[in-house]
Design a protein around this ligand. Sequence first.
Ligand code: HPA
Length: 265
Amino acid sequence: MPDLKIALIGGSGIYTYSIAGETEELVVETRYGKAQLQRGKTGDREIYFLARHGTGHTKPPHLVNYRANIAALKKLGVEAVLSTAAVGSLHRHILPGSWVVIDQFIDFTKSRPVTFYDGSDGRVVHVDFTEPYCPELRRALLRAGEQIRRPLLDGGCYVCTEGPRFETPAEIKAFNRLGGDVVGMTNVPEVVLAREAGLCYAALALVTNYGAGISEKMLTHEEVLEMMEESREELNRLLMAAVEEISAVRSCRCSLPGRYWPEAE
Ligand code: HPA
């Protein structure tokens, strides 16, 4: 089997990933800025770990340099990206502690660079998003869940807000009626940029709380981090299993938009 380079992007509360064996830190320069990563190997898979918010959680969702992160992965030759994201639930029946292999998103972000194809080079590129998340990577996550006996919800719509504030109860009600299942602040533009770069990408949404107003409780970032900390060991096992499940031969269509990627990058 050919070597496959896989990236793991850790969201809130996930700042390191236990890759067996030796790891090295690296900084990759891109035209959008720098990305800091950890590199390791499991079997014939090269694993790159990237902490989305920085290793000390210093970057709020609207200031994460998503373009530098994805451009760095592209530069390193990564083909598949598994990401994790803390989310709130938009439904009573999706309980805190649930893990959702999301399959759709709705974008309510406002101020972030959301594309590599911003028109600055005179090109107009529209990328298809009928199937926003890689079906093969989604399957790899679901199979990994079966392997480690961790129930996962297969499919769910992620509503991405601008943040960094949490939502109002009226917003949570509206997102629910619009067809959302979970709400977070980071999956857009990450998923968009990954597809634009022709990378396979899937995301696991970890439900840390009910959306505002669904339960009486006030929301705190600390509570989100505590829930993530409790999930860390199991999440690590799930990701290790998922990495093994990814086929080195891609039969999905995720790489197609990569034909627009500038040669010079
Ligand atoms: N809203 C937005 N982002 C989140 C939440 C939430 O309730 N929980 C974890 N990330």
